[in-house]
Design a protein around this ligand. Structure first.
Ligand code: ADP
Ligand code: AMP
Length: 218
C-alpha cells in the first residue's frame, strides 16, 4: 500500500509511521529524517538545508522532490511505502503523482492526524530524539528506560533545534499555509481518511490500522 501521513508537526506521524511500516512490511520514508541527515554534513548543501530547517521553513522543492523520487524508486518501495512529512504542498503532491505514474502506480490513501493546538505544544515541548538513530521519545508520555538515554544505543537524547518555541510557531504557520490545502486535494480524490490522534500511542495505532485497512485494494 502507498500511504501518506498528514498532520501538523508533533501530531505523532513519525511515531506511528515506524510501527505501521513494520506491520505492512514497507519502508517508512520520512523526509524530515532524510533532510536532517543531509543537513548534518559539513558541506554547502548541508549548510543550505540547515538554514531552512532551523527557521522552520520548507526546504525548496528541487531538493526534496529529488530525494523522494529517488527513494520511492528503490526496489524495497516497489510494493508500497509510508510517506511521513511529504508531500507538504500542492506542488509536491503533483510531483509525487507524476513520479508514481511513471511506475504505473498511484497513492492508495492519505491519512490526516487530528490533534489540538495545546496537545501539539505539549508533544513538541517534551520531544526528545536520538541524534544517532533518530528514534523519538517524550519526557512524560514516552520516556526512555534510562533517563535521557536512547533505549537502542544509549546515546544521550537531545531536543530538536527546530522544537524551540519560536520555530514551532513558524512551522505551524507554514503547515497552515502550504500543507492544509492537501486535505481538499486528497478529499476530492476520495482517498482522505481522518484519524483522531489524541489518546495513547496504542489507541492511535489501532485507529490508524483501521483507516489503513479501509484503503486496501480489493
Ligand atoms: P511528528 O512526526 O508528527 O512530528 P512525533 O511522532 O515525532 O510527531 O511525535 C511528537 C512527540 O509526541 C514525540 O515526543 C512523541 O513521543 C509524542 N507522541 C507521539 N504520539 C503520542 C501520543 N499518542 N500521545 C502522547 N504523546 C505522543
Ligand atoms: P519534520 O521532521 O517532518 O518535522 O521536518 C523537519 C523539517 O524538515 C521541516 O520543518 C522542513 O524544514 C524540512 N522538511 C521535511 N519534509 C519536507 C518537505 N516535504 N518539504 C520541504 N521541507 C521539508
Amino acid at each position: 500500500m502507498r500511504i501518506v501521513l498528514l498532520g501538523p508537526p508533533g501530531a505523532g506521524k513519525g511515531t506511528q509511521a515506524a510501527r505501521l511500516a513494520a506491520h505492512l512490511g514497507v519502508p517508512h520514508i520520512a523526509t524530515g529524517d532524510m533532510l536532517r541527515l543531509a543537513a548534518n554534513a559539513d558541506t554547502p548543501l548541508g549548510r543550505r538545508l540547515h538554514s531552512y530547517m532551523d527557521r522552520g521553513e520548507l526546504v525548496p522543492d528541487d531538493l526534496t522532490n529529488s530525494i523522494v523520487e529517488e527513494r520511492i524508486s528503490q526496489p524495497d518501495a516497489a510494493g508500497g511505502f509510508i510517506l511521513d512529512g511529504y508531500p507538504r504542498s500542492v506542488d509536491q503532491a503533483k510531483m509525487l503523482d507524476e513520479s508514481l505514474a511513471m511506475q504505473g502506480a498511484s497513492l492508495d490513501k492519505a491519512i490526516k492526524f487530528m490533534v489540538t493546538g495545546p496537545e501539539i505544544v505539549k508533544r513538541l515541548s517534551g520531544r526528545l530524539v536520538c541524534p544517532v538513530d533518530g528514534s523519538v521519545y517524550h519526557l512524560v508520555t514516552n520516556p526512555p528506560k534510562v533517563d535521557k538515554l536512547c533505549d537502542i544505543d544509549g546515546t544521550p537524547l537531545v531536543q530538536r533545534e527546530d522544537d524551540s518555541e519560536e520555530t514551532v510557531l513558524r512551522r505551524l504557520e507554514v503547515y497552515g499555509q502550504r500543507t492544509k490545502p492537501l486535505y481538499d486535494l486528497y478529499g476530492e480524490r476520495g482517498i482522505l481518511d481522518e484519524v483522531d490522534a489524541i489518546g495513547s500511542t496504542e489507541e492511535v495505532y489501532e485507529r490508524l490500522l483501521r483507516a489503513a485497512a479501509s484503503g486496501e485494494k480489493k
